[in-house]
Design a protein around this ligand. Sequence first.
Ligand code: NAD
Ligand code: AHE
Ligand code: ZN
Length: 374
Amino acid sequence: MKTRAAVATAAGKPLEIMEVDLEGPRAGEVLVEIKATGICHTDEFTLSGADPEGLFPAILGHEGAGIVVDVGAGVTSVKKGDHVIPLYTPECRACPSCLSQKTNLCTAIRATQGQGLMPDGTSRFSIGGEKLHHYMGCSTFANFTVLPEIAVAKVNPDAPFDKICYIGCGVTTGIGAVINTAKVEIGATAAVFGLGGIGLNVIQGLRLAGADMIIGVDINNDKKAWGEKFGMTHFVNPKECDDVVAEIVNMTKRGADQIGGADYTFDCTGNVKVMRQALECAHRGWGESIVIGVAGAGQEIATRPFQLVTGRVWKGTAFGGARGRTDVPKIVDWYMAGKIDIDPMITHTLKLDEINKGFDLMHAGESIRSVVVY
Ligand code: NAD
Ligand code: AHE
Ligand code: ZN
């Protein structure tokens, strides 16, 4: 069949809207009509050329929602007509990682996914006979896409596609980092670096978890009002203080010894210098710093080992530690029950033809999430 798609032809170039060829689903695969897709900073990261795994030409996009329109042989867990969210972190429930119950990083199809291919080592997308790469196993910047059965979460059919697509990455990543990775407890003190599409979801996750002090950190003062909307209690602009680490340590001084530092900190910027700041303003003895941001090829993190010797913990999280087929339907239900906010974070709704505008808005810091509706 043919489908409209925004194709990333080369690093650093705007996406090109084209009609491309799409082969139907093979065994264990499903064909999904994508109804809406968010634009995440990670799409921008790969398009920029900073992603060591970036491949071109490719169909990017990994934050979608849609309807199953066809299934390949042997597919049992979803059927035609089901509403689904594609999962860039699948959940096969059979690989050593899934069975370990210690991680959400399913390994069943990770190798081929990283090569921009389906699990059988081929691509379903092409144009004029030339192969197009899949992206993060999802390629939601195409109106129709093919996904492995283990990489879709079946969700409530009453949920609106143009909102729940955001659960395909940003919402789950932010809330999951708090609940699954940090396991924040009631009364905790936290600092969140970067108040974009991910950081604001960390903030709403902290509010859900019952954190007392939620410090937002951003170089853009416009983000103060955004953070406050979702539960932020204090704001710091690193450009307006001498030393952001000292500032946060000072703000969080408590107890008889008056040692400051946050119980939990989160990097949602992808900047390795910020990752260091986030670690170093975590509390001596127990503070945990969670790396969510994705850093470009060649970037490395650094700190004095003494920071770890004295009890700070550096952790990372992908997709908020969520097991997609199990957890994503629950998060959709939380949204439908009014337990979490999504609508106000979707600042722009665009048509596929306007997708490059979504990247411009992100660069200008003017959007939280842009969503493309097909
Ligand atoms: P975004 O562009 O919406 O937000 C980034 C925010 O960081 C902006 O508000 C920006 O002003 C702020 N910022 C930039 N430099 C800063 C600095 N020095 N100090 C403080 N704030 C600063 O991006 P997003 O969609 O929220 O994504 C954030 C990061 O998370 C990206 O690196 C993205 O690739 C990554 N990400 C990771 C996962 C995961 O599973 N680990 C999932 C989704 C996104
Ligand atoms: N491919 C990059 C890293 C990109 C990355 O870290 N991706 C996150 C999701 S970001 C979503 O917006 C992730 O899930 N990583 C785990 C995985 O298995 O890809 C690189 O540096 O090579
Ligand atoms: Zn993402």
